[in-house]
Write a protein that binds this ligand. Structure first.
Ligand SMILES: O=C(O)CCC(=O)C(=O)O
Length: 195
């Protein structure tokens, strides 16, 4: 089942049970191991200071699909069979093609992602971004770029897929806020097409 999410100047749909709990659990167990995924904690520049990102990340993709954000340029790791397999499933349901994926590992509730849009030039003008969530449910917040009071919240379930396309990145920002509730780990994969 997929649900359209109605927001002005945005195209979003959500499949709450894209993966079964068993499939999601198997993929989570594979991804969380640093024997399988080259997890790293990057340092980025924020407000003139060097700070560690509050999460682990990893960048995988086709050769040459490098990605620059927050002053950081990531060179892709080579695809693993498991990542290629899930990429193919997501391409089938979304009708889009992807050549890269950003993985984020939120170890606990204090790991987070600040407000941003996936609007880097290498993603093109109207990127389709497919976001797969595994593990603990976290709040995904959207706010209009021109009116930060205009907000929308989607609780991203284990095994869910959220697809953002069209003008979404042009008009909206998104974030995963910290939470003080005891929170299990979560892994999110955003599949992208680097031009
Ligand atoms: O973890 C998430 O759901 C969001 C990840 C995200 O915002 C990104 O990769 O740009």
């Amino acid at each position: 089942m997929t649900v359209d999410i109605s927001l002005p100047n945005a195209t979003l749909w959500y499949a709450p049970q894209f993966l079964s709990p068993t499939e999601a659990g198997t993929l989570f167990a594979y991804l969380q191991s640093d024997k399988n995924i080259a997890w790293r904690q990057d340092t980025i520049r924020m407000f003139g200071k060097q700070v560690l990102t509050p999460r682990l990340s990893a960048w995988y993709g086709n050769e040459g699909a490098s990605y620059t954000y927050s002053g950081l340029t990531l060179q892709p790791n080579a695809w693993t069979d498991e990542l290629l397999n899930i990429k193919q499933k997501i391409e089938t349901i979304s009708g889009a093609t992807f050549n890269s994926v950003l993985l984020n590992f939120y170890r606990h509730g204090q790991d987070s992602m600040g407000w941003h849009a996936d609007d880097e030039p290498e993603l093109g003008k109207m990127p389709t971004i497919a976001s797969l969530s595994l593990g603990a449910e976290r709040r995904f917040l959207l706010r209009a770029k021109n009116n930060h009071h205009q907000k929308h919240e989607i609780p991203l379930h284990n095994g869910s897929l959220l697809v953002m396309s069209g003008n979404t990145q042009h008009y909206w920002q998104h974030a995963i806020p910290k939470t003080s509730r005891p929170t299990n780990p979560r892994i999110n994969l955003t599949f992208r097409q680097i031009k």
